[in-house]
Design a protein around this ligand. Structure first.
Ligand SMILES: Cc1cc2nc3c(=O)[nH]c(=O)nc-3n(C[C@H](O)[C@H](O)[C@H](O)COP(=O)(O)OP(=O)(O)OC[C@H]3O[C@@H](n4cnc5c(N)ncnc54)[C@H](O)[C@@H]3O)c2cc1C
Length: 344
């Protein structure tokens, strides 16, 4: 029987073996997992959800990889309109969004169509269409490998920023076990993103029913090639490969004059379009970047893996692209997917 590798657990389908893969299927497994990892004298494991935002090393990992597969949603009414929803880390985010739509609970509807687990969502403060995890996360529970105990972190302690958090910056310290969102029994949150308003035929600020917004987000993502189709030509991908880079006001003025979309994120930071910057230096959908690595046929900012691809090649392709953009525009791009495993 072939041994498990990162390739079988990540959407890029790249990456080598680990010494141990440990799947956590129920919350009750956690204490055993901590004990087992301790007995192996490891400081902390690598944690994986659905592997949709990682580039896993070709040489794998010389230790334990924990795969979070816990499921479950518990709703507690907080008052007449507010519901606290506690979700196990391995629960698919898309199932949570679908559940919230049927329960008419607002606050996470714009995250529809984002692959991955609920426990990974706070790691990069996952967001889209003007909404992000920090809008509704109340608190989470996480195992702190430095302190060797379970911690409850209120949302403020998670340092959630634009596609960033304390977990992203210190990945070997934390394993998120549950996340609790404060949702409201109401129409959807006000629409703040113009393409979504257009999709709904509504104006900015409108508040359609939650299920309508969820459906509109899915339809819009489908049209723009932003859904993960495990059988399509862009099956092997990790979504956008670069974050929209922060720019100064001077850079924003210069870039806008040449046609680059620049927007202000929820933290008030000006950000340029990473996809536009790649196209500005000549890349296009379908463009071959390296052996087995291409821009997706639908979107320049998504790179897809094909026969012959390696994780090393994928990571080198990102280094090459960001260096070319920096030379041409003075703006530096930061990769969005996280490197996991042994990259020494
Ligand atoms: C087609 C496509 C579209 C996407 N669209 C978006 C989008 O619109 N917006 C957006 O923000 N992202 C998007 N992404 C990126 C990705 O889906 C999200 O970042 C998602 O939250 C990752 O979930 P995952 O379970 O796959 O995490 P993984 O890829 O398994 O892990 C990501 C990181 O989180 C860590 N991690 C995972 N689980 C835990 C845990 N329980 N505790 C601690 N650390 C953990 C991992 O170690 C790793 O560093 C997209 C990806 C794809 C492929």
């Amino acid at each position: 029987m072939p041994s498990t590798t990162f390739a079988s657990l990540t959407t890029l389908r790249l990456g080598g073996p680990a010494e141990h893969f440990l799947t956590i299927s129920t919350p009750a497994n956690w204490a055993d997992a901590v004990r087992t990892i301790g007995q192996r004298h490891e400081q902390a494991p690598v944690v994986l959800g659905h592997g949709s935002n990682v580039i896993a090393s070709d040489s794998g990992h010389p230790g334990t990889v924990v795969v979070m597969n816990t499921r479950g949603i518990t709703a507690t009414r907080s008052d007449d309109t507010t519901v606290d929803v506690t979700v196990q880390a391995g629960h698919p985010l898309s199932d949570l969004i679908a559940w919230a739509a049927t329960e008419h609970l607002a606050g996470i509807e714009c995250l529809a169509g984002i692959p991955g687990t609920t426990g990974a969502a706070p790691v990069q403060n996952t967001g889209a269409y003007g909404q992000q995890v920090s809008d509704t996360l109340d608190h989470l529970t996480a195992w702190d490998w430095d302190m060797g105990r379970l911690r409850t972190l209120p949302a403020q302690a998670c340092r959630l920023r634009h596609r960033d958090s304390r977990f992203k910056n210190d990945p070997s310290r934390w394993t998120i076990l549950t996340a609790t969102f404060r949702l409201t029994r109401s129409p959807a949150s006000p629409i703040t993103y113009q393409p979504l308003a257009d999709e709904l035929g509504a104006s900015l600020g409108a508040r359609p029913p939650v299920a309508e917004v969820t459906a509109a987000v899915l339809a819009n993502r489908h049209r723009r090639g932003l859904l993960l189709d495990p059988h399509g030509p862009a099956a092997r991908q990790a979504g956008s490969v670069f974050l929209n880079p922060p720019v100064t006001a001077t850079q924003a003025t210069r870039l806008s004059a040449t046609g680059c979309p620049v927007h202000t994120d929820n933290d008030g930071q000006l950000r340029a379009s990473a996809g536009w910057l790649l196209e500005h230096i000549g890349y296009r959908p379908g463009y071959k970047i390296a052996s087995g690595i291409r821009c997706s046929e639908r979107r320049t900012l998504t790179l897809t893996a094909h026969d012959g691809a390696t994780s090393t090649g994928f990571a080198q392709a990102l280094t090459k692209l960001s260096a070319q953009v920096e030379i041409a525009t003075g703006v530096s791009l930061r990769p969005e997917p996280m490197l996991v495993g042994d990259w020494a």
